[in-house]
Design a protein around this ligand. Structure first.
Ligand code: NAD
Ligand code: MG
Length: 385
């Protein structure tokens, strides 16, 4: 039995992970965490009977009024994540918290040499250099859950690293791919929350609408696969159907892709079972009896609509503190948009300005990243309309 610590169990990825674990053999859940959805966390605890239930938001603890199954302990606060990530009995840490809040627990799992099934892309965007170094020093294995990175991870197995020409990261283009640029200023929260192909948590859905999700994924891919951005080892293609989850091109011109219906349960399952592939799980099949068309469009980087991609490329190339700043500014801008304090088309330019104006450092420590992250959040202001 492989024992899993699932951080962010009550979210979209967390629930899909429990769907997978509940259907396949060989895995059990030792720890689950949730921030505010206490009722769901309690239901999950009743069903999976983990050793630890972690309520990360300490202020919500007084609302906890359930008893837990015998043998299950309730832990409160973020610190419990880093402690439990390092517990000897944990084999796999599923990092599925949203936002920079996932960084410390991901870093703790790397330090403890665990397998990390990584959904929390923000931890690599904000602290890629640190997480990668900790993983390397302590023999931790990061297996991506993000569908594009899972596809790249799988496709890379068709050749040697030295034979890689480039990685082609696909993007659905979000709900506004076909909308003229000048109409983006009128986009409402409800429209931005309607993603055409994926059903996900609020933040990643909004990031997909602005294309900042792809900016984060460019940076995530750079860290995961050690891509040489200067050599052009990463390209983005718009693929509205989200069936080809990404591709890898080798030096002989062969392009290897991974295809499946848009459903996170496959990349989640793969991150748990790798290097094995198993049947009998909840993953969906491609229906080859249906006619279907797959489209690919190269993004036009000169259009405002694709500026997030350009910003992602520049940030990945720069490294250092650029990622943590981009991520913090984006988290703040997204929440300002959800409160109606920022227009949809102001999100990316606001983030760009903050990234360009910050005091760049090439090799920050984790502590320096944390301080800078706080600073960006505290100083965040929405532009005068
Ligand atoms: P979600 O909002 O549905 O769930 C987030 C989880 O994190 C919840 O369990 C919540 O309780 C917890 N959480 C929220 N704030 C927290 C905090 N401050 N401290 C500790 N825990 C906190 O998000 P999601 O869609 O499941 O996404 C999770 C991560 O996976 C994100 O980084 C996202 O980019 C990535 N991802 C998601 C999808 C998807 O299909 N949903 C796909 C690829 C990658
Ligand atoms: Mg993705």
């Amino acid at each position: 039995m492989k024992k899993i610590a699932l951080f962010g169990a009550t979210g979209s990825i967390g629930r899909s992970t429990l769907d997978v674990v509940g259907t396949i053999d060989g895995f059990c859940v030792s720890a689950i965490s949730g921030h505010r959805n206490l009722e769901l966390l309690h239901q999950q605890a009743e069903r999976f009977r983990p050793r630890w239930v972690i309520l990360t938001d300490g202020s919500a603890a007084k609302e906890w009024n359930w008893s837990l199954p015998k043998g299950t302990e309730l832990c409160v606060g973020m610190k419990a994540l880093t402690e439990i990530a390092a517990e000897a009995e944990i084999d796999i840490v599923v990092s599925a918290i949203v936002g920079r809040a996932g960084l410390e627990s991901t870093a703790a799992a790397a330090k403890a040499g665990k397998r990390i099934a990584l959904a929390n892309k923000e931890s690599l965007v904000a602290g890629g250099a640190v997480v990668k170094r900790l993983a390397k020093e302590n023999g931790a294995e990061i297996v991506p859950v993000d569908s594009e990175h899972s596809a790249i991870f799988q496709s890379l197995q068709a050749g040697k690293r030295s034979e890689l020409e480039r990685v082609i990261l696909t993007a659905s283009g979000g709900p506004f791919f076909r909308m003229p640029d000048e109409e983006l200023k009128n986009v409402t929260l409800a429209q931005a929350l309607r993603h055409p192909t994926w059903n996900m948590g609020t933040k990643v859905t909004l990031d997909s609408a602005t294309l900042m999700n792809k900016a984060l994924e460019i940076i995530e891919a750079k860290w995961l696969f050690d891509l040489d951005m200067e050599r052009g080892e990463l390209e983005v293609m718009i693929h509205p159907q989200s069936v080809v989850h990404s591709m890898v091109e080798f030096r002989d011109g062969a392009v290897i892709a991974q295809l499946s219906p848009p459903d996170m349960r496959l990349p989640i399952q793969n991150a748990l079972t790798y290097p094995d592939r198993i049947g009998g799980g909840p993953t969906r099949r491609t229906n080859w009896r249906l006619d279907q068309t797959l489209e690919f469009f190269a993004p036009d980087y000169s259009r405002p609509k694709f500026d997030a991609l350009k910003l992602g490329m520049e940030t990945a190339l720069r490294g250092g503190t650029a990622g943590v700043v981009l991520n913090a500014a984006n988290e703040m801008a997204v929440s300002a948009f959800t409160r109606g304090e920022l227009r949809f088309d102001q999100i990316v330019p606001t983030v760009r300005q903050i990234v360009e104006e910050h005091d760049f450092q090439p090799e920050p420590t984790l502590e320096e990243l944390t301080v800078l992250d706080e600073e960006i959040r505290t100083n965040f202001r929405t532009p005068e309309n």
